[in-house]
Design a protein around this ligand. Structure first.
Ligand SMILES: Cc1cc2nc3c(=O)[nH]c(=O)nc-3n(C[C@H](O)[C@H](O)[C@H](O)COP(=O)(O)O)c2cc1C
Length: 343
């Protein structure tokens, strides 16, 4: 008897590539999200990218109408569901109202960061939605699992935005030790080969943020996109000085904002939130976040061009590995060494 489909299987069935675009503050928008959904990749944005609850209501209507239109105009194509990110923290005064809108619009996937709360999970489950929660370590994961989430987003070292410090292999292995549900791997992924690798490592889906900053549809300032294109490994600075939570930022934008980058490097994730940052939301406008994946980004394609390339790279990685293993499987077993002649 075939086992029943898992939540991960059901989501995979709706996608052309096991990839979720990560929600990014001030960067993602419905145009980017719909362009991704059209390519069979989950599109997303943070609820707070709209300044008001009314604005978010309009965006969600735009998404619902856009998805319906895509399905109507592309019969048989895999049009991916979309995701909205909620910051579950006392610093977010809109949480309750935004959640009510999510329930009203039956948003298919809700991505929660900072806190995992069972009431929120119940509200999303009430209409058949699923909740994926950002975790950077096993303690966060245990809390999220206890709250009943449908999947964990393993945010490893080098991710854009609020990042962890763990190596992706170590993190996924540790999470797999306690959890057989859906795992999404985040942190530095930029190619179709990386998507394939995430699956080979034991994750179900890949998550990409920084790669999508450099798309024509992203809301990033052209100078921001250029800074990502120019970034070298030493240009990604991990610091908690901007938001109190450790995150990766582009060095030149920190310097322009008056930070002493050498000091930040010494303090790393342990740096306290620094005084000049009175308003964090405003800070992200001029202090630009990007993950280590920036090092591997050297163009600004449309989401469609990028999606086509990611799919091709994924297929190539799959074929190469399949060919390699087929050769191995077909090769004759190593002949046993003949017994040594008796003296
Ligand atoms: C500019 C920027 C803004 C981000 N804003 C958010 C956010 O508002 N909410 C959130 O959950 N994650 C946010 N993230 C984190 C991403 O959702 C995701 O975890 C990360 O980008 C994955 O790593 P990658 O950038 O190396 O692909 C942000 C990331 C970046 C680069």
């Amino acid at each position: 008897m075939t086992p029943p489909k898992t939540t991960a299987d059901k989501l995979k069935d709706q996608l052309a590539l096991p990839l979720i675009t990560a929600p990014m503050f001030l960067i993602s928008n419905p145009t980017l999200a719909l362009a991704a959904c059209k390519e069979g990749i989950v599109g997303s944005f943070p609820a707070l990218n709209q300044k008001t609850v009314e604005g978010l209501d309009k965006w969600l209507t735009e998404m619902d109408d856009g998805i319906a239109e895509l399905k109507k105009n592309n019969p048989g194509a895999k049009i991916a569901p979309y995701a909205v990110n909620l910051i579950v923290h006392k610093s977010n005064p809109r949480l309750e109202e935004d959640l009510a809108l999510i329930v009203k619009h039956k948003v298919p996937i809700v991505i929660t960061s900072l806190g995992a709360v069972s009431d929120l999970v119940d509200a999303v489950h009430s209409y058949g939605g699923i909740v994926l929660h950002d975790v950077t370590n096993i303690d966060h994961a245990k809390k999220a699992i206890a709250a009943g989430v449908d999947g964990l987003i393993a945010v490893s070292a080098g991710a854009g935005g609020h990042a962890g410090t763990m190596n992706p292999l170590t993190l996924v292995n540790e999470l797999r030790g306690i959890y057989d549900g859906m795992i999404v791997l985040a942190g530095g992924l930029t190619t179709g080969r990386d998507v394939f690798t995430a699956e080979a490592m034991g994750a179900d889906f890949a998550y990409m943020g920084t790669r999508f900053i450099c798309t024509t549809e992203s809301s990033a300032d052209p100078a921001y996109k250029q800074m990502v294109l120019d970034a070298k490994p030493a240009d990604i600075i991990y610091t908690s000085a901007v938001s109190g939570v450790p995150a990766n930022f582009l060095k030149d934008s920190l310097t322009k904002a008056g930070f002493d980058v050498e000091q930040l490097k010494k303090e790393g994730g342990a740096a306290g939130k620094l005084k000049p940052i009175a308003n964090e939301a405003a800070a992200w406008k001029t202090i630009w976040s990007a993950g280590q994946g920036a090092v591997n980004i050297d163009d600004v394609p449309s989401v469609k061009e990028l999606a086509d390339r990611l799919k091709q790279e994924y297929a190539e990685a799959e074929q190469k590995l399949a060919a390699k293993h087929a050769i191995k499987a077909a090769a004759p077993a190593t002949p046993k060494r003949p017994p040594a002649p008796k003296p």
